[in-house]
Design a protein. Structure first.
Length: 340
């Protein structure tokens, strides 16, 4: 299912991009894009708004964009309700826009299916696409959208995923979890985290997750996963290392009671891509990229970074994805061996 957040005067179905469900509506000011204001239209020349020709006049070769379109992978939401995130996103951009006197509409679509998302990106639907790195490496989108940023969390590029058990449970290795009940964070059940656990089990000849574990349950909050293991309700959980560190700081007993039985490499598992086309001008595109880079310095931008639990976005470098490439290579090799 792909969720669509359309910011417009009234609820309606999105007429562009892949199908999705409309969740919330509104109009916001979008200064972060640097788009010029739209000219009003009305019957008769007396009703036409007078605007400066250098910023708002439509021309055949440079039409003024009416929408700012953002595509987001489900994996980008770390312990966030998508509805709440969309509402906060609108409020933040409205604040930024009012500060600069800019008025625009925008749509945000959230994707679960990477193939549907790839098709939408290739169609030129989005100015900005937030893509899971695991999926990005198998997508063919570089001719329509270039990777521009990766995210920084807790001062580091990339997330490390871990499997936790109780120290007194006797479950001291991954192999001990056969037939056990496991909890996974929703974003740890996607992309690089999912690929890591699949590959780890295959490397140790333990079989696929659905057959090795007794049960797999997905939860939305780190506390739900970690505390279920802490109180002995579940045998193990898969979470990101940063969330576990935060919980240990809040309750040191958690750190004393739980142990890490498996740990991944760091994965820069989210890539922010900028569309090559659909911009009113190259200057607007450049201003947008700069505004995204400068979010930590803007109070409203800092608010949305806090919501998504990231520090900032830094320029993309191809080597940031090397650990995921290596993981995918091992995964592919093991799959070939299983076919023989």
């Amino acid at each position: 299912m792909n969720l669509v957040f359309t910011l417009s005067p009234r609820p309606r179905r999105s007429r562009s991009g892949p199908p999705g469900r409309l969740l919330s509506t509104g109009v916001f000011w979008l200064a972060v894009l640097g788009f010029p204001p739209l000219a009003s239209t009305a019957a008769g020349t007396a009703g036409v708004a007078q605007v400066s020709a250098d910023s708002t006049r439509r021309t055949a070769d440079k039409p003024i964009a009416e929408f700012f379109n953002v595509g987001i992978t489900r994996a980008a939401f770390r312990n966030i309700n998508p509805n709440d995130a969309a509402a906060a996103y609108m409020a933040v951009l409205e604040t930024i826009g009012r500060r600069h006197g800019r008025h625009f509409k925008a749509t945000t679509q959230i994707f679960d299916d990477p193939r549907v998302y790839e098709a939408a990106i290739r169609s030129g639907s989005f100015h900005v696409s937030v893509v899971g790195a695991w999926d990005y490496l198998s997508m063919h989108i570089d001719d329509v959208a270039k990777p521009q940023f990766v995210i920084v969390e807790n001062g580091q590029i990339g997330r490390r995923y871990i499997v936790l058990t109780r120290r007194d449970s006797g479950l001291n290795a991954l192999a001990d979890l056969r037939g056990k009940n496991i909890l996974k964070l929703d974003y740890a059940a996607l992309g690089a985290a999912q690929g890591w656990l699949d590959t780890l089990l295959a490397t140790n000849r333990l079989g696929p997750q659905e057959r090795f574990f007794g049960s797999l349950e997905i939860v939305g909050k780190p506390s739900a996963a970690v505390l279920s293991v802490f109180f002995g309700k579940k045998s193990a959980c898969v979470v990101d290392e940063s969330s576990f560190k935060i919980m240990k700081e809040l309750n040191p007993q958690v750190g004393m009671a739980l142990q890490v039985v498996a740990s991944s490499e760091k994965f820069a598992d989210v890539v922010i891509c900028i569309g090559n086309s659909g911009w009113p001008s190259d200057a607007v595109k450049a201003e947008t990229i700069q505004a995204l880079a400068d979010l930590p310095q803007d109070p409203a931008g800092h608010q949305i970074l806090t919501l998504f639990k990231i520090d900032q976005m830094v320029p993309f470098r191809d080597e940031y994805l090397d650990t995921i490439r290596q993981l995918q290579a091992v995964n592919a090799r093991l799959a070939l061996e299983d076919e023989r």
